[in-house]
Design a protein around this ligand. Sequence first.
Ligand code: NAD
Ligand code: DAU
Length: 340
Amino acid sequence: MKILVTGGAGFIGSAFVRMLARETDWHIVNFDALTYAGNLENLAGIAESDRYRFVRGDICDQELVTSLFASERPDAIVHFAAESHVDRSILSPEPVVRTNVNGTFTLLEAARRSAIARFVHVSTDEVYGSLESPLEATEEFPLNPSSPYSAAKAGSDLLARSYFITFKLPVLITRASNNYGPYQFPEKLIPLMIANAIDHKPLPVYGDGMQVRDWLYVDDHCRGIRSVLEHGREGQIYNIGGNRSLPNLEVVRRILELTGRGRDLISYVTDRPGHDRRYALSSEKLMNETGWRPEVDFETGLARTIEWYRSNASWVDRVRSGEYRTYYELNYGARAEAMS
Ligand code: NAD
Ligand code: DAU
């Protein structure tokens, strides 16, 4: 089995590559552009393996993608590569539409000209948009994305699905809830709050902090994707949720408790434009069809994640240097001022 993983140097993609390297004898080709979010340090332990190959490149580069499929002849592709951050998609939508839509299109085109047996397109619960309690999205729910990020992901989902319907490309789509765990870039809620708490810096909570997200430990997500890859039905969509919904403020309070910091660090800042209030997913289909379940409860996962960030201060320092500072000022500078 040879698997092509796109975006394998990012947060979830690298966890998936590490899992496959640990648990299978498959050959893995990791294709990643190494944007600000891609980091080969995440794969340091397996870089020397003769079952692993890294190729640096852009999924929008049609020539490179075509030659990669021709030279590697992968049996399956798991497609993680994306611009993954909602706030950045609001500050600068162009790269988001380019990578998430055009990049996915480029891969689908190359795949349909190859003999690929599985194309797993990794997507998100954000495509269902904000849901009133107690609704939980099943795979049949309408798409109702709010941000340039989620709209571009919804666009790529529909394109992927069309390649199954029109060309019989063996596409499977996963839609997961909010991931957390080691190696997550500290632009997302949990790692940003952990890193700031450790440094005694303000924790910027958008709006009233009562937006609800469903938290999924990254390794549970990766096991879910593998279940879909190995046992899912072609043309189907599978939700992968953590079954642990919490308001953001509750998550932030727990981080403060576990890092031994006071609530005075909480700083309410201007809300995210178009901010979705609540995401909620039903993963019944995946559980019933494959037996998959989330295994890491939120308390264990959060404690493990905080411990990882404490023990990997140099990783955090490196990814927060340079470009991160510009982004932080752009995203949070005006927000904090508006509230002070
Ligand atoms: P990430 O931002 O940590 O990593 C993205 C990776 O894609 C990086 O390694 C980056 O270098 C690479 N990449 C970006 N543009 C590229 C391009 N044009 N060509 C090649 N490589 C490119 O993202 P993540 O959080 O690991 O998310 C991975 C996937 O999972 C995304 O598709 C995202 O939509 C989806 N997802 C994420 C979450 C979450 O909570 N993080 C939840 C559900 C679904
Ligand atoms: O739901 C799945 C999605 O989860 C993935 O598709 C995305 O790739 C991933 O980034 C994530 O999107 P969110 O927008 O939900 O994640 P983020 O960590 O950016 O924000 C989580 C919540 O926390 C959201 O309600 C906004 C809020 N927030 C976030 C940041 C970064 C804050 O209050 N303050 C912050 O500084």
